[in-house]
Design a protein around this ligand. Structure first.
Ligand code: PGA
Length: 255
């Protein structure tokens, strides 16, 4: 396994934060701060900020993502947004299977798989989130849970399509809690995910897969987490809402 085989990507997950003027201010600050990044930089923003983000980041090294998409191409799904709608706007990425979707909005491994399928069909890149609950870690079933989530989500995804997938390992107990996984814990599960992908596809495909860590990654702990062999970037919630903090994490990933 060789870290240099894959691209480090730092993605912000803004969640349900920032009005349009606030988004504009944050992105404007960010553009200058991350322009020399030696890693991928993505901001995943609320639907209402997509157009603003796309306009402001045009011609920069920042790519734009959405935080979810529906699995159907169109239809009677009030309140939902399709992958085609995102792709048509010029959105590059979409987060799928975030634990907050799983916890609060009835997302299951099967619907995650359907959404992944729809996103790939629309030409989007996917940030696929997996992660165990605290109780599951205590029961010693982290690998089973994360392995199952990964296998189900990747059903029907070809090796070629896998190149448009990033997996984000986000232990649920570490999200927004300030309780970061240790760098050893993050690396261990990321490595396990890579072995699952190697079994599903092959070693070369697994070695090329960007696997992020997410869960209270911040300007203070990013260096150590990102130095781990199997941690290829981060999915950043709270710290992505402050330009300076997010830029510090981008710098850590550029080393
Ligand atoms: P956090 O969120 O960085 O605020 O813990 C991470 C995420 O939910 O992607």
């Amino acid at each position: 396994m060789n870290k240099t085989l894959r691209k480090a990507i730092i993605a912000g997950n803004w969640k349900m934060n920032k009005t349009r003027p606030e988004a504009k201010a944050l992105i404007t600050d960010l553009i200058g701060l991350v322009k020399d990044a030696d890693c991928g930089v993505v901001i995943c923003v609320p639907y209402t900020n997509l157009e603003t983000a796309l306009e402001l980041t045009a011609g920069t090294n920042i790519e734009v993502g959405a935080e979810n998409c529906h699995w159907a191409k169109s239809g009677a799904f009030t309140g939902e947004i399709s992958a085609d709608m995102l792709a048509e706007m010029g959105v590059g990425y979409v987060v799928i299977g975030h634990s907050e979707r799983r916890q609060y909005f009835g997302e299951t491994d099967l619907t995650v798989n359907q959404r992944v399928r729809a996103a790939l069909d629309a030409g989007l890149k996917v940030i696929l989130c997996v992660g165990e609950l605290e109780a599951q870690r205590e029961f010693g079933i982290t690998e089973e849970i994360v392995g199952m989530q990964t296998k189900v989500a990747l059903q029907g995804v070809s090796e070629q399509e896998l190149k448009r997938i990033i997996i984000a390992y986000e232990p649920v107990w570490a999200i927004g809690t300030g309780k970061t996984a240790t760098s050893a814990q993050a690396n261990e599960v990321n490595h396990y995910i890579r072995t699952v992908v190697a079994k599903l596809y092959n070693t070369a495909a697994a070695d090329a897969l960007t696997i992020q860590y997410g869960g209270s990654m911040n300007a203070g702990n990013a260096d150590e987490l990102l130095a781990q062999e199997d941690v290829d970037g981060g999915l950043i919630g709270g710290a992505s809402l402050k330009a300076a903090d997010f830029a510090t994490i981008v710098k850590a990933a550029s080393k």
